[in-house]
Design a protein around this ligand. Structure first.
Ligand code: GRF
Length: 211
């Protein structure tokens, strides 16, 4: 059996996480195959990055409703359907229909996201800035399976780092992105082959690596 898990990456912007995943695949650190890069913005740098790296890039602009838009995404991927969706700076909430298309029999979605905070702290936008402005001494990065709410779903991996010495939100982001670019491919290496179990706790669910 071919053990390269087909994934589509959804991204709206700069694309540094897209690049780090594509590089991890290229160097053999991550057993996966990118079927598509899907962006909702034609001008997003990630679209250019994908073309440069030989990845099939498609732009699906938002129209009408979340359900309609997500249906268009599914159609755009139908020439080579992925097993997992990997969100990398994708700025839209997914519709219940799309979550359902990627849900497993075990009750989790085959959709992964990276969020720039230690969830459940600072969900939503500008999380590095929020942590800096709050006066946090430490912040971090979370990789999680996507749930129905904003930045929720079983947590797969988290990594923290000190921001005591950071003088600006931009410095926090710089530090955070370095962490993201290592943590995301590393976590995907056990999430994509589904080497995990979901543990239910009182406040939520956690995704725990089996090996
Ligand atoms: C990252 O900080 C990621 O954690 C968040 O959006 C940002 C995307 O950056 N979800 P990039 O487009 O991958 O460079």
């Amino acid at each position: 059996m071919n053990d390269r898990v087909p994934i589509a990456i959804l991204a709206s912007g700069r694309g540094s996480n897209f690049e780090s995943i594509a590089q991890a695949i290229g160097s053999g650190k991550l057993q996966a195959r990118i079927t598509h890069l899907i962006s909702d913005f034609e001008e997003a740098p990630v679209v250019e990055a994908a073309k440069r790296m030989g990845v099939k890039a498609k732009v699906v602009k938002y129209e009408k409703s979340r359900e309609f838009h997500d249906q268009k995404i599914v159609e755009a991927m139908s020439d080579d359907p992925p097993r997992f969706l990997v969100l990398a700076g994708y700025m839209r909430l997914l519709s219940p229909g799309l979550l359902k298309s990627f849900s497993s029999d075990q009750g989790y979605t085959r959709i992964v996201n990276i969020h720039p905070s230690l969830l459940p702290a600072f969900p939503g936008l500008h999380s590095y800035k929020k942590a800096f402005e709050y006066g946090c001494k430490t912040t971090g990065v979370t990789v999680h399976l996507v749930g129905e709410g904003l930045d929720d779903g079983p947590i797969c991996a988290q990594e923290s780092f000190s921001i005591v010495d950071c003088q600006s939100a931009a410095e926090v982001e710089q530090k955070g992105l370095k962490t993201e670019h290592l943590l995301y491919p590393q976590t995907l290496s056990w999430v994509l082959p589904e080497k995990f179990q979901i543990q239910s706790r009182e406040g939520g669910r956690s995704c725990v690596c089996k090996s």
